[in-house]
Ligand binder design. Sequence first.
Ligand SMILES: NC(=O)c1ccc[n+]([C@@H]2O[C@H](COP(=O)([O-])OP(=O)(O)OC[C@H]3O[C@@H](n4cnc5c(N)ncnc54)[C@H](O)[C@@H]3O)[C@@H](O)[C@H]2O)c1
Length: 369
Amino acid sequence: MENLVDKNLFQGIYKNRKVLVTGHTGFKGSWLCLWLKQMGAEVCGYSLPSPTSPSHFEELNLDMKSVIGDIRDQSLVLKTFEEFQPEIVFHLAAQPLVRYSYENPDETFESNVMGSLRIYEAVRKVDSVKALVSITTDKVYHNDESGKAYSEDDRFGGKDPYSASKAAMEILTASYIHSFFNIDDYGSKHNVLVSPVRAGNVIGGGDWAQDRLIPDIVKATIEERPVVIRSPDSTRPWQHVLESLSGYLLLGQKLLEGNSSVAGAYNFGPSVDEDITVEQVVKCLKKYWNKINYQIERPDVAYHEASLLKLDSQKAIDSLEWSPVWSSFEALENTITWYKDFYESEELSSLECLNSYIAEARKKASAWI
Ligand SMILES: NC(=O)c1ccc[n+]([C@@H]2O[C@H](COP(=O)([O-])OP(=O)(O)OC[C@H]3O[C@@H](n4cnc5c(N)ncnc54)[C@H](O)[C@@H]3O)[C@@H](O)[C@H]2O)c1
């Protein structure tokens, strides 16, 4: 894939930098690897095979090292770290699906908690690592259904196995920071800065996961059937995957620069005032891909729906000067256009999408430009 992205983004920190990404065969990881490669980073991925077919990672065909392995396999994890000698690690590998976690709680807890432990052990043992960005989710917060936006110091919770496993991973991360990567000992007893990061559900091309609205709409469209919408009035913000990645990369830059004052937890959420209903989403998507058809089927019995968990991203805005670039409608337009290009023109427009995002960030003078 041709290189078109400015290598000086994020102060050019990723150029020739050795970056290890776990979960690189997945939706978010594949976009992160594309962006890193475009900025001239040397990237090594460590992950199980792609969880979906088609697979965005396979379609991208990036020139990078790809180790297929389980994060629970301590010896392969350690061997990969020792051979590659990464300077920064973005840890995304996880079992990320809520419904699947009810059917497979063991695998979910083992991958998300014990797998993370194996990664942290490698970070502890391999001296080349200077920074770790560990990806969890907004679902780590205890949702008291007050509708308030949660900030980094709010208490953890998680009623389903997935959310609880990610909350447990946060406690594990906090214990590693306290015990081995304490900021007070940075530069004397260790050289690693660690940040757990929390983002909500994101959208974007190349996601074929189960039980997510846009992949479901796309699947129905290519099968030439209407998608059934059961909660047309549910509202939520719609954030593009590149928004959370710009936050992770900006934070990674600061950690690599040795800025210990910024190490710690961050939320990277969408603007809280941008809720759009599911019906508005489908109508918006149809504007860009007319083949989309839908039918609304409201269930006879109204069921209780937990109120939306909102993230307060003020810390990222104040400390990192990070801010979202695209509105929800722009995120929707860029997402559905990607799928339309993929299915109707056999075009992979990921790089064009990344470049449009960067162009908009430039107009808005984003901190990482
Ligand atoms: N997509 C979202 O909207 C969203 C929202 C919040 C948080 N997250 C988090 O972001 C991360 C990436 O999510 P995604 O949407 O790209 O998911 P995904 O399912 O597309 O990718 C998950 C990746 O982890 C790998 N993986 C799973 N179990 C593994 C194991 N035991 N060993 C090695 N690799 C393993 C998969 O092979 C895949 O590469 C996850 O940590 C997830 O919890 C995602």
